[in-house]
Design a protein around this ligand. Structure first.
Ligand code: AMP
Ligand code: MN
Ligand code: MN
Ligand code: MN
Length: 274
């Protein structure tokens, strides 16, 4: 079965609208699709009104939180969009994004790119404002040659435009997803570039907080990484999830759809959700 439990739309930093994403998923033969925009359910909300072409649509969001001094992403799958705890947390996260955006804009202005906040806001429109909106604006105005250079120089982790933000704790985020009846999934465990010891400690903290699964596929990675993540899931008694983390058509990125056979004998979250 082809599924995709990690995707983005124009409701956050993706390039496709929810309807364009659904169309692409249908063309690719995806049978179950979770819309997991950053800190908002509005991608999924828009998809509700659309013809799903036989695709099972899963309500989700990728929530920003913190653990061990780093920003961590937890995907909440199959959440109840009316949960008060979740709605409250999403409002708080949007406020944090709004406040952070003003600080990123001021920092970019200091670095010689005036008007960044207004420019990024114009690109974001109604969307949750994300660092890629700033990166795309910097490219469109000629301040940076590419989005990836904008991250390398100004916006990436540890760079001047990476404004420290007091995201909720990992434990609180997992608890809110669980309270909303959802399945908490630790997103892209290898992207934090932790040591093996810290990676395992993060999984322990996630698991004790009530976390259910880790992503063993997130976009493109090597077979050896998938094997290592599968072993980690087994060791920590966690289920696994699969997603492309699709944002836009991009030569270096994965397209929609992951075959569930990749999980082998490890339990997949789709078995409990679909
Ligand atoms: P934010 O949640 O607003 O801090 O933005 C994080 C998003 O920026 C991620 O979800 C990615 O889509 C994107 N991103 C992070 N690092 C890079 C990078 N080095 N190059 C391109 N996009 C990136
Ligand atoms: Mn993103
Ligand atoms: Mn992420
Ligand atoms: Mn993502």
């Amino acid at each position: 079965m082809l599924i995709d439990f990690h995707t983005h739309t124009t409701a956050s930093d993706g390039a496709l609208s929810p309807s364009q994403l659904l169309l692409r998923a249908a063309e690719r033969g995806v049978q179950a699709l979770a819309l997991t925009d950053h800190d908002t359910l509005s991608g999924w909300q828009a998809a509700q009104a659309l013809e799903a072409d036989g695709i099972a649509i899963v309500c989700g969001a990728e929530l920003s939180c913190q653990w061990g001094g780093a920003t961590i992403h937890v995907v909440g799958l199959n959440v109840n969009a009316n949960s008060e705890a979740l709605v409250g947390m999403l409002e708080h996260l949007q406020q944090l994004r709004h406040d952070r955006a003003a600080k990123i804009g001021a920092k970019l202005e200091q670095l010689g790119a005036p008007g960044a906040l207004a420019g990024a806001q114009a690109l974001a429109g109604e969307a949750a404002i994300c660092r890629p909106h700033f990166a795309h604006w910097l490219v469109s105005e000629g301040y940076m040659p590419t989005v990836s250079r904008a991250f390398d120089k100004w916006l990436g982790n540890g760079k001047p435009g990476d404004i420290k933000t007091l995201w909720p704790s990992l434990a609180e985020t997992v608890a809110v997803i669980a309270a909303a009846g959802g399945v908490p999934v630790l997103a892209h465990p290898l992207k934090y570039r932790f040591t093996r010891t810290k990676l395992r400690a993060m999984c322990d903290a996630f698991s004790s907080a009530g976390g259910a699964a880790i992503e063993i596929v997130n976009g493109r990675q090597s077979d050896s990484e998938i094997v290592a993540l599968k072993r980690l899931a087994k060791d920590k008694d966690l289920m696994v999830s699969l997603g492309s983390d699709f944002h836009r058509e991009w030569a270096h990125g994965a397209d929609l759809g992951v075959d569930t056979s990749i999980a082998g004998d490890v339990a997949g979250v789709w078995e409990m959700i679909l």
